[in-house]
Design a protein around this ligand. Sequence first.
Ligand code: PEP
Ligand code: MG
Length: 357
Amino acid sequence: YHGIDAVVDGLDGKLYLDPEETVLAELVQKKEACGRERAELEKLIGLDNVTRDGRKINVYANIGSPEDVDKVLLNDAGGIGLFRSEFLYLGREDYPSEEEQFEIYKEVLSRMEGKKVIIRTLDIGADKQVDYFKLPKEENPAMGYRAIRICLDRIDVFKTQLRAIVRASAFGDVRIMFPLITAVEELREGKALVEEVKAELREQGVEFNENIPVGIMTETSAAVMIADILAKESDFFSIGTNDLTGYTMACDRGNDDVAYLYSPLQPSVLRGIKYIIDCANKNNISVGMCGEAAANPMMVPLLMSFGLTEFSVSAPSVLKVRKTISAWSKAEADKVAEKVLAMTTEKEISDYLKTLL
Ligand code: PEP
Ligand code: MG
């Protein structure tokens, strides 16, 4: 294919090789329409995220590295709802030191100037492999040794990260979030380690925030089923719909053969999401969503009706979510949610929600 023209349509995920004139003209038009939409959205910079009936909602951004903070600020996000800390460990030969991590967390917090930053502790294993961890080969890695399970087993590695985060808490509003929680003991053990780290730092006279909130990703079916128990011991929930959809539907997000099942609009997934939000609200803890579904305009009225108050999406989606939120009042969203909850299939739900876009 050397030397021929190619066009990538990032909206539809398509690559056109040597496109015909008419196709090219259509693609150029599409690109211009995107540019116009973006210009419209940029007019929302500096405004609040408010529903049509005046309710304020938080819209945060997800990041994977400190460089992403540029886009967070550019898109006027209210905070960082998910800092995937894996990047610190990936693509290198050895463990990152406490100092190295501390400097990075501090930089992100300083640049966010007091806005909330939720750091998710190390979430490796399964699709994210790191050679120097020497993880065992597994038959079924998605259900194996990963995320918090590794951290609670390799306590030195985990405590190094926790020390770096706790030290960084002196420089902004940081919160700690554990991934892949499936049982309350994991949360308790994680929190006990945070306390251990705090005690050591206190002893050494190092400054930090004594009241760092510690929360969890609710992204497994187990976490849904015990959300009422977890809500009593967790400072906040963040719904990870990417994994939650996969674990609920027993469906790998990367497997095309079963992709037809992978949808957060499946009644099973929606019920799980609703239950998590209900449990959080009953226990007065904050509940956000940091999976891809939070940016889906079809999900927005449902999430508003269920009582979600924090959306965390990729930085380029922040303004779009701001716009979608402003189109809905709670009463209208409630009517939509009531209809959707009475439906029995994903197709029925998505066909109906598409008519509202
Ligand atoms: C999720 O599972 O929804 C999530 C946000 O985490 P990740 O995509 O990193 O697994
Ligand atoms: Mg996940």
